[in-house]
Design a protein around this ligand. Structure first.
Ligand SMILES: Cc1ncc(COP(=O)(O)O)c(C=O)c1O
Length: 376
């Protein structure tokens, strides 16, 4: 194949990434199916690996159109009602992914003359959604309520917003949602909470962190490809909010509706998950065991970390790569997470535990990490 100048320029950029140990090579084989124990996926309850029953996958494979044109099927309406009920909101709207949900909802709701206070460790989809809104964005230090309050008190804007995750995907910590709600109320701001990694894991029926601490966000986002184990996302809130997004969220309006067949699979998974306190308890026990063992081996964990996400931090990206390779040789699939996904100097192995791991596997993993990073 003949290469163009564009190809040469892109190759140069890739080489530059490689020279900084930041290149992600595109795999030529599928993810390993056997042998390696997954301690890196977001499949916290192991649902993504469950077989789908024939009765569950009965809907048509394609929705045929966007929701507004001709693509709204009974399965969508049913799932949206159940999702709203799950997170105790009036209504919910399905999106094709969490990335799209955040991009579309933030860009629709936040206007150029608004001010948004955004936690510095927010996910790329939240950052990009804020940028797309063209509002003034103030990036606040991670979970720093004072910084957020300062930013809100200085802002003279039509509307003010605070945008945060409820369980940070790379750090495994959480904002103080009750205090954040209080701050928003005092400063006349709206609270936008992304529950991507909290849903299924925390709260009654796994309904997330907000319900767990009795906080009602103005906008709540949940994803369906993590603990729910399938794909997609939803925004939940008041009926006017959802009616507005139905009309104005471009990533929803101008996109083919989720496959009705897949929607049925999601609904079954959500139903199962709501009733699966057993899996949540197993996960909690494994997390406690792992945290205790890591503590004993001397491998440090950030103080505020909790739940199934365990960041093991390294100053240099190459050290994270070496430790990931060592764990792989011992049968564990853990990924090195490097900039730009995380800030420079905070490369890490991000371990995620799942309810279907065994205590023996978790113990072995903790021992291996202890050997690799004594006192890291
Ligand atoms: C906080 C957060 N929001 C949104 C997303 C995107 O969700 P999805 O993978 O469904 O696009 C992620 C995924 O990593 C996430 O961590």
């Amino acid at each position: 194949v003949e290469r163009t100048r564009l190809d040469d320029e892109l190759k140069a950029e890739l080489l530059e990434l490689q020279s900084r140990n930041l290149l992600r090579p595109r795999p030529e084989t599928a993810r390993p199916q056997t042998g390696l124990v997954d301690v890196c996926s977001n499949d916290y309850l192991g649902y993504g690996r469950l077989p789908v029953s024939r009765e569950t996958s009965t809907g048509s494979p394609g929705a045929g159109a966007s929701r507004l044109i001709f693509g709204t099927h009974a399965a969508h309406l049913e799932l949206e009602r159940e999702l709203a009920d799950w997170v105790h909101c009036e209504a919910a709207l399905l999106f094709s992914s969490g990335y799209v949900a955040n991009l579309a909802a933030l860009a629709a709701l936040i206007k150029p003359d608004d001010v948004v206070v955004s936690d510095e460790l927010n996910h790329a989809s939240l950052i990009d959604g804020c940028r797309l809104s063209r509002a003034t964005v103030v990036v606040a230090r991670h979970r720093d309520l004072q910084a957020m309050e300062g930013a809100l008190s200085q802002a003279s804007a039509r509307r003010r917003w605070v945008v945060t995750e409820s369980y940070f995907s790379m750090d495994g910590d959480s904002p103080d949602l009750p205090k954040l709600r209080d701050l928003c109320d005092r400063r006349g701001a709206y609270l936008y909470v992304d529950e991507a990694h909290a849903l299924g894991v925390f709260g009654p029926e796994g309904s997330g962190m907000a319900r767990n601490v009795g906080v009602r966000p103005d906008v709540l986002v949940g994803t369906l490809g993590k603990a729910v184990g399938v794909q997609g996302a939803f925004v939940a809130g008041s009926t006017p909010l959802i009616d507005f997004l139905w009309n104005r969220a471009r990533g929803f309006v101008f996109s083919t509706a989720t496959s009705p067949m897949l929607t049925g699979v999601i609904r079954e998974s959500v139903r199962r998950l709501r009733n699966d306190d057993g899996a949540r308890a197993r996960l909690r026990d494994l997390c406690q065991l792992f945290a205790d063992l890591l503590c004993r081996t001397g491998a440090g964990l950030p103080e505020e970390r909790h739940g199934p996400i365990f960041p093991i931090l390294f100053a240099r990206p190459e050290r994270a790569l070496e430790v990931a390779a060592a764990l792989r040789r011992e049968g564990f699939l853990a990924q090195a997470i490097r900039p730009p996904t995380v800030p420079t100097g905070t490369s890490r192995i991000r371990i995620t535990l799942h309810a279907d791991l065994t205590p023996l596997e978790v113990t072995r993993l903790a021992m291996l990490i202890g050997e690799q990073c004594p006192g890291s």
